[in-house]
Ligand binder design. Structure first.
Ligand code: CTP
Length: 406
């Protein structure tokens, strides 16, 4: 399943370095061309000869050990890699990469790489939970690095806790499914709306909501990783937008409607993750409103329901809506799906811990025409994004089908 893929396996200096050998072997067996880079400390735990034998390629440990004068090896390796896996990744290597340090063969190659990076940390549980390590991992994740979480078990330091390198088989499987899903949306155009809309009362005041944009941005990142051409139409957000994705900023529900409609014909999948205002002030004052009297009554009018409009004009597009509910989640989700002619509805009970606005995680159920398709446990918004888009991809019309909505 990995034939034709060039993978760099970075092994760093932790006791789990020996598992790097099993991982190397599994990647080679799956058909990948594997080039191993070991840090000096890794070479204290396991010999480069082991990895050379398993990978059938020379192992790199020293940046200045240039064997081929026609190339600069760390740049050459970085340029030709489809993926870099760092397993095990020590706290030190994670810190180096987060800080942009380049002082050995692995860190220089990582900095020179433009391909995706998978990091499988392994360390003592207190190190893994240290705020410095946590913030380094968050920074790398925000830059697009993928993490394979360590497992819980007996650690070399004696603790039974989280920090043990994920099993080589699980890492190899994750890599294979990543490569498989990275082509799922190739050539497809995906638009995601994110954040909350802003409805002006006057030049300095507005009505909005708590949406951070995290869910929409995570879906956009997942779509990009799956090979799609992605556009994000974002209202007010507090989370940083993903790098390298076309971003159209809007304020009001009306502007969001116009921006989405302008693109609609050319799109394959639309995900409406934005929290759109249902009402806006009937009149927005062009000058700052002066206080006047003890009470102020605001008159609001309905905004256009963007999702409903998209549903009405749907041709071949796969349409995904969201339903944030506090009660009777299944009932309201299915009602929205049918009313707004969506293919999928992502419903969440915003009353649950770890779900909803401003979290990196969410707990959602995904509904389709047939009813509940998947009830996902607490997971990162990026993982939810890739699960959701896999379901959306399955619903894309096949070649020859018009997908016209009747
Ligand atoms: N939505 C939209 N345009 C609006 C309001 C909502 O496109 N003016 C979309 C949201 O982006 C979301 C979905 O509709 O994908 C559900 O939003 P929600 O406000 O929960 O839906 P309503 O139908 O307004 O639900 P309720 O009846 O509970 O108010």
């Amino acid at each position: 399943m990995l034939s034709g893929k060039t993978i760099i396996l970075g092994i760093t200096g932790g006791i789990a370095a020996y598992k790097g050998a099993a991982l190397c072997s599994k990647l080679v067996q799956a058909g990948a061309k594997v080039h191993v880079i070991m840090t000096e400390s890794a070479a204290k735990f396991i010999t480069p000869l082991t990895l050379q034998t398993l990978s059938r390629n020379p192992v790199h440990t020293d940046t200045f050990d240039e064997r081929d004068p026609s190339v600069v090896s760390h740049i050459h390796l970085a340029d030709h890699a489809d993926l870099i896996i760092v397993a095990p990744a020590t706290a030190g290597t994670i810190a180096k990469l987060a800080g942009g340090h380049a002082d050995d063969m692995l860190s220089t190659t990582l900095l020179a790489a433009t391909c995706p990076i998978v990091i499988a940390p392994a360390m003592n549980v207190h190190m893994y939970e240290h705020p410095a390590v946590v913030s380094n991992m968050e920074l790398l994740a925000a830059r697009g690095a993928m993490f394979i979480e360590p497992g819980t078990g007996q650690l070399a330091c004696g603790y039974v806790a989280k920090g043990r390198l994920a099993e080589p088989e699980d890492i190899a499987n994750a890599v294979q499914s990543w490569f498989a899903s990275s082509k799922l949306l190739a050539g497809k155009r995906v638009l995601v709306t994110a954040g909350g809309t802003v409805e002006r009362l006057d030049p300095v005041r507005y009505l909005t909501n708590d949406s951070s944009g995290k869910m929409g941005f995570a879906i956009a990142e997942a779509a990009q990783l799956m090979g799609a051409e992605v556009t994000v139409v974002a209202g007010r957000t507090s989370a940083p937008p993903p790098a390298g994705i076309r971003l159209l900023r809007v304020e009001s529900a009306q502007q969001m409607l116009e921006a989405v409609m302008a693109e609609y014909e050319t799109l394959d999948i639309v995900v409406k993750a934005a929290a759109v205002a249902d009402y806006r002030p009937v009149a927005a004052s062009s000058s700052k409103l002066k206080k006047n009297g003890e009470r102020l009554v605001l008159e609001l009018e309905r905004t256009t329901d963007i999702l409903e409009q998209l549903g009405k004009r749907k041709k071949r597009q796969v349409l995904v809506g969201f339903a944030a509910e506090t009660e009777q989640v299944a009932f309201y989700a299915m009602d929205k799906l049918r009313r707004k002619h969506c293919d999928l509805i992502v419903a969440n009970d915003v009353g649950q811990a770890g779900a909803g606005f401003n979290h990196d995680t969410n707990i959602v159920q995904i509904y389709g025409e047939e009813g509940l398709i998947e009830a996902l446990p607490l997971m990162s918004k990026r993982e939810i994004g890739s699960r959701l888009l896999t379901l959306a991809a399955e619903r894309l019309p096949q070649a020859g089908e018009s997908g016209e909505y009747a």
